[in-house]
Ligand binder design. Structure first.
Ligand code: CA
Length: 379
């Protein structure tokens, strides 16, 4: 069997209700979907998390020529060849994100060729359901009272839908952040887990002050407090607050995570499967995290294809300790407006009562709706 075509689809859709995190307002959703065809008539699909036009260029100009005519079954060999091909210029960022999309599509292909889900090829499943937390509660209005009213309603909506954990955004300034966290904890009560995410919008002084002030509100983790380059800053912050420190969605491959893990910089690492190097690299990072006794909860922010890939990984993430009360990994379930996230799939990834179900069809276990792909495609 040989690869005959590699296509990168750039998707973009405006959203009616914009929302903000610490860096900017979001008024459109974008996506990069890769499609790999074979002479056996089987197609694999992947998702890349990154600037889609840049990813499409790397995929079509640099990776596709190396893949055409090759067997899709040799996953590790192709991964190494593509990585080494741009290694001198792309150990992080766009080249690795583009490689991630290719790698996910190759896993999908292999699963479909062999008639089994990716998690079976990876030696699982260890679990077939995963507790999901709702990623939402972004800023929706610059008027504090209005914003609090909207977010209190949104949080109640997640509880009504069965979620037992959710995440909000900080990094808007100390007073705003503390007022929001206090309001949300009061609104949702004590039984619900609450995470906060600054999207590296604080410096170390701000992050330390905010972390200490949030301690009374039972925060499950403080995500990306400081910039991803400042691994020492993460390690330092861990010693200054009782709140667990999370991060890693802007870090790449086993090389970045080796440093993070060896420095004990984070309590929870969050590699994005569609960005850190694909399922192949995510599994390697997960095995390293296990050896370092560090939690792994994948970052998820893509199309339904990226969500399905994350579910395949979550099915095989190790349970780090053998105990009835062992911590289990969580699914980050993006609950913000997105016109094609799950619409792209013939059967959406099932998330019901706050529990996500691992797709168990061949490959990633999802099929793509070409009409939806064509509708939002801009390249
Ligand atoms: Ca985040």
């Amino acid at each position: 069997m040989k690869i005959t075509a590699v296509r990168a689809h750039v998707l973009e859709a405006p959203i009616a209700d914009r929302f903000a995190f610490s860096q900017t307002w979001v008024d459109r959703r974008v996506g990069l979907v890769v499609e790999i065809e074979t002479d056996a008539g089987i197609t694999g699909w992947g998702d890349g998390y990154g600037p889609p036009w840049a990813l499409a260029t790397v995929i079509e100009r640099y990776y596709a020529p190396r893949l055409i005519g090759r067997s899709p079954l040799a996953g590790d060999a192709l991964w190494e060849e593509l990585y080494n091909g741009l290694r001198d210029h792309g150990q992080r960022g766009v080249p690795v994100q583009a490689l991630s999309a290719i790698d996910i599509a190759l896993w999908d292909l292999r699963g479909k060729v062999l008639g089994v889900p990716v998690h079976v090829l990876m030696g699982g499943p260890i679990r077939s359901t995963v507790r999901a937390y709702a990623t939402g509660l972004y800023r929706r209005s610059d008027d504090r009272a209005e914003n609090h009213r909207l977010l209190a309603d949104e949080a109640r909506g997640y509880i009504d839908a069965g979620f037992t954990a959710m995440k909000t955004k900080v990094g808007f300034g100390f007073d705003d952040d503390i007022a929001l966290v206090e309001m949300l904890r009061r609104s949702i009560g004590d039984g619900i887990e609450l995470f906060v995410d600054a999207n590296h919008g604080c410096d170390r002084v701000q992050a330390t002050r905010l972390a200490r002030a949030m301690e009374p509100f039972d925060i499950g983790w403080f995500e990306e407090p400081v910039e991803p380059e400042d691994v020492e800053g993460y390690a330092e912050l861990r010693t200054r607050t009782s709140i667990p420190i999370a991060g890693g969605e802007c870090s790449f491959t086993r090389h970045d995570f080796r440093r993070i893990l060896e420095m004990r910089a984070m309590d929870v690492i969050q590699p994005d499967t569609a960005s850190c190097g694909g399922l192949t690299e995510a599994k390697r990072i997960a095995d390293m995290a296990w050896a370092h006794g560090t939690r792994y909860n994948p970052h998820v922010w893509g199309t339904g294809i990226g969500l399905a890939a994350a579910m395949q990984l979550l099915a095989v993430l190790p349970t780090t300790v053998p105990a009835f009360g062992a911590h289990q990994p969580l699914l980050e379930y993006d609950s913000t407006p997105h016109p094609f996230r799950q619409d792209l799939l013939v059967e959406p990834v099932l998330v019901e009562d706050g529990i996500a179900h691992v797709p168990d069809g061949p490959g990633l276990g999802v099929e793509i709706r070409r009409d939806v792909l064509d509708r939002w495609r801009v390249n």
